[in-house]
Write a protein that binds this ligand. Sequence first.
Ligand code: CTP
Ligand code: MN
Ligand code: MN
Length: 504
Amino acid sequence: MFQTAFQTRKRRRPDVTSTQCHEEVKFRDVTLYLVEKRMGKSRRNFLTNLARSKGFLVENVLSVHVTHIVSEGNAPQELWNWLEEQNLREPHAKHVLNISWFTESMSAGQPVPVEMRHYILNPALEQRSCPCPSAKPMSTVSPYACQRRTTLENHNKIFTDALEVLAESFEVNGNQGSSLAFRRAASVLKSLPVVLKRPEDTQHLPGLGEYSNAIIEDIIECGASSKAQEILNDERYRTLKLFNSVFGVGPKTAGSWYYRGLRSFEQVLTEPTITLNRMQTAGFMFYEDISKPVSRSEADALKIIVEEAVTSVNSSATVTITGGFRRAKEFGHDVDFIIRTAEPGQEDGLLPMVIDRFKSQSILLYSDFQESTFDLRQRPNHQFEAMDNFQKCFLILKLKRDQVTDIRDGDEVRDRGQCRDWRAVRVDLVAPPIERYAFALLGWTGSALFGRDLRRFARLERGKLLDNHALYDKATNTFLPADTEEDIFAHLGLEYIEPWQRNA
Ligand code: CTP
Ligand code: MN
Ligand code: MN
């Protein structure tokens, strides 16, 4: 089919180029095609000549080279039906645009950046949230994060920052439901390849409620969200967030301290009725270090340390960075590692020996080891918040300054260099059984919202239960085995999403 389209284009090429070659082509990245349907032959000729006179390349046939399809007067469904009849290889890989984009480009004398409002959506796809990954944003934004490709390039940071302030405000106040709604809204915007310019641009996006829309509108109109600003200035929010930032302190503890009138770390630490648990004690002791982001070079240095310790215990085991760094983040609040053993059962007793190794190297500052409670027969858990049952540990390790190569100016290790030659870093390790490694890797890579939506998608769209341990088919009452993350996506009938595209 591709071959045929190509040959057709080639045969027709002479008369297209003969028309075009009167004019110099200025914009090589853009190839236009004007849909004649409804526009009419004479208007199409007029617009074609106009565009060519301004240096645009306009094709007479809808070839594979066309990048921008412009339509006027067609109802979206009618247009998309027609496009489908043209047997284009990848209609969704092209910009399907309203005449407004064309008109604006003509008056600008160059192609203007495509914005949401320029797109003509495919109504059929919107209704069923097509998983087609190459599809253009407006027509195909899925309500499931696991069907969106979300890189770290966020075109809508101004909006997502504000929405995340709201999410955080609900979170520190213990309202997880509302927090999730704002996180979802922010996540949808993070996946968009273009910046929102008008309030109407959000019309066809899933997961944006009235409240999120009001925030977006506020920002579009005033340049900032007054609601988010109000929260940022709120004493209660600031105090709860401060308390929550301590390792071992969650919304409950933070709230109770706040209600007792405490407003600062000093007040907490001098309040005689407060007893800190072991984790919180370590949290305060190393607060300055572990509240500072960990850089990628520091994560790489830690990987060498962890690898050395793991292979000293089991020479065939391997260590992979997971969590945010696997999603290509430059900074993290900790470094997450997953350990893969060569044989089933080899993970037994592994982490305690690794922790001992750190201890003997005098780099262990804090350790919370959790023994495995995992059972191969157990079905995936319905609850999203449930932690997995694998053997794992939450650590604070000493990272020596001279172990970090490629220290950039401003890196924490160097800044503190004068007084001590190390910094404290939060490190998480997990050691799942080899049979379930792929599930653990997928779960620990995150993002948290991506994982949550994978599970939600599995249950609601596929009748399957997924968690960090397994995938279970409710229809056949069987476990679906997987050696790789790709296997899991395939079981779920999902396009594979790379780790760096999982920053939902
Ligand atoms: N996770 C999990 N089960 C746990 C602990 C963590 O599934 N017992 C998942 C989280 O949902 C997250 C990932 O592991 O997707 C990493 O957790 P975390 O380190 O908290 O988040 P990151 O995405 O790595 O963010 P950061 O860069 O700030 O560390
Ligand atoms: Mn992490
Ligand atoms: Mn972690």
